[in-house]
Structures are given as structure tokens and as C-alpha cells.
Design a protein around this ligand. Sequence first.
Ligand code: GLU
Length: 321
Amino acid sequence: MNIGPALPSERVDMDLQAIVDDIVRELEPRLGEGKVADYIPELARIDPKQFGIAITTVEGQTYKAGDADAAFSIQSISKVFMLTLALGKAGEGVWNRVGREPSGSAFNSIVQLEHEHGIPRNPFINAGAIVVADMVLAGHAPREAIGEYLRFMRYVADDETLSIDEKVAQSEQKTGYRNFALANFMRGFGNLHHPVEHVLGVYFHQCALALSCVQLSHAGLYLAHRGTNPLTGFSVVSPKRARRINALMMMCGHYDGSGDFAFHVGLPGKSGVGGGILAVAPGKASIAVWSPGLNKVGNSALGSVALEMLATKTGWSVFGT
Ligand code: GLU
């Protein structure tokens, strides 16, 4: 029976360097699109006309173009790594305090929390990430929990130079009124076990980690390779856990733009208001893009476009080529 032409599912001879170079060239005239996050004063000062992309394959090759070595604030992308830490610490108990459903709401929304008795919809909206930070804080002083996170990030990225931008953390500490509201609300429901100032101290510092696209693509590699970093052989999580984190990224990684991202890109991904996005092509590569201008729902405008171009050029969507 003839079932039509073969699908180009494994384009093994693909020239990934040419692909990232093309993406940078095609996006050049659009540099500066979107609006830089200005509710965190330190982020409002970033030059919006920047764009970087890095792909690290499970075979260990890194392909990069544009501002791929410039460090940026990873912000909410940190939620993926903190969830990984919390699952290691609390196991499936994590799911007693945070859900696994898309929220369909903005990243800092408080509306669902009251109906759902202080149990956030998922670990990737702010409320959920604050609960996850509370779990990582268990048994520690805030400074130790931040230290544990930084050590973990250096381990997964295999890079001892990673550091937290203290100015960004302080900037958010001074102006993060909505996060204080969310945290106090959940404390009122008994879903935060530590003082709000301590939990948010951890949360603001995790968000303020500065990484380049190259470093972020290394850090995310365990999610593309069944829980193990193929560059170092370091085991981070079980294959099943990696698969589940990817599922959450697909459903919840872009706030109320998650459906749109799945529709256009079709890869698990997590965005941050610093303009970065980490995307995972399971079995193939970890991809990081960065451009500070955000679209209406708070995801990098050009970063989202770049990942759509990449998915089209590589056929890497998890939904088929
Ligand atoms: N630190 C940011 C906040 O809580 C993270 C938001 C984001 O990156 O989406 O507002």
C-alpha cells in the first residue's frame, strides 16, 4: 500500500549552524520588537535590541549565533530547575501543594487562588513557584537554600562561573508587591510553611540567576536526554521525571500563551520576563533563545518567533514533522 512520501523525521544531515545563522539574519530587521519588562526596575534598563540563540545537541555539539554569550536574567525559567530540586527533595508530595493544570491566567494572577484554597494551578505560575521555593527552603536558612540552588545550577550546566545578579534580586525585593500579595495569601491558607520574607528571598534570587544562551542550553540538556546530562554523564532525574517535567513545560511553560506556543512551536518550553526561553527537543537538543522585548502575555516576542522558525526548519516539533 502506498502511504505517501516518507516523512523527513530524521534530518540527520541538517546544518544547525547554518540554521541558527539564518534565524539571526532573518530577525535582524525586527530587533527591538516587544516591550522590555519594566515592573522590575533593574530589567527596564536592558537594551531591547539584542537577540541570541544556542542549541546544544544530545551528542554534545553547541551551535550559537547572535548574542548567545551575553548573560541575561533567567527569571521564570528558574522555575523548571527549582521544581527539579523540589521533586528530588519532596518526591510526589510536591503535588499535594501545587497542581499540574494550565492556568489560562497571567503569570502573577491571584484570581484562581481564592477559589482553589491557596493551591496554585501549576509550578510555573508565580504562585506555584513560590510554593516550590517554600519546599526547597525546608530545613534550611534562606541563604543555604539559595546556595543549594546555585550549586545545583552549576552542576547541571557543568559551569562553576554561574552567579546570581544581586542587583536584580534586590530590585525585585523592593518592588515585588504582587508576589508579596500572592505569598501572604497562600500563607493565610496554610500553603506556605516559612515566613513570606524568607520564601520570597529565595524566589527573587532564583529568578536573578544570570545565564547566557549557551549556558542555559547546557543546563537544560538533562531534559532532552532522559534525565542525564550527556556531556558530563551526570544523572539529574529519572527518565520518567524528565518526561513529566517536559509535559508540564508544554502545558504551562508560557502562562496564558502556552496553547499558542504549543500550536506554533510544539516543543516543551519555559519563558521568563528577562526575555529568555528554554525549549527542549526530546532526544535531540536543548535550545535557548533570548531577546528582551516581550509580547502581550510576557513571553519574549522575537524568542517565540525564533523558536517557531527553528521548529519549522528542523521538523523538531513533538507533534510530528
Ligand atoms: N521574577 C518574576 C516575577 O515574579 C518572574 C516572572 C517571569 O519571569 O515570568 O514577577
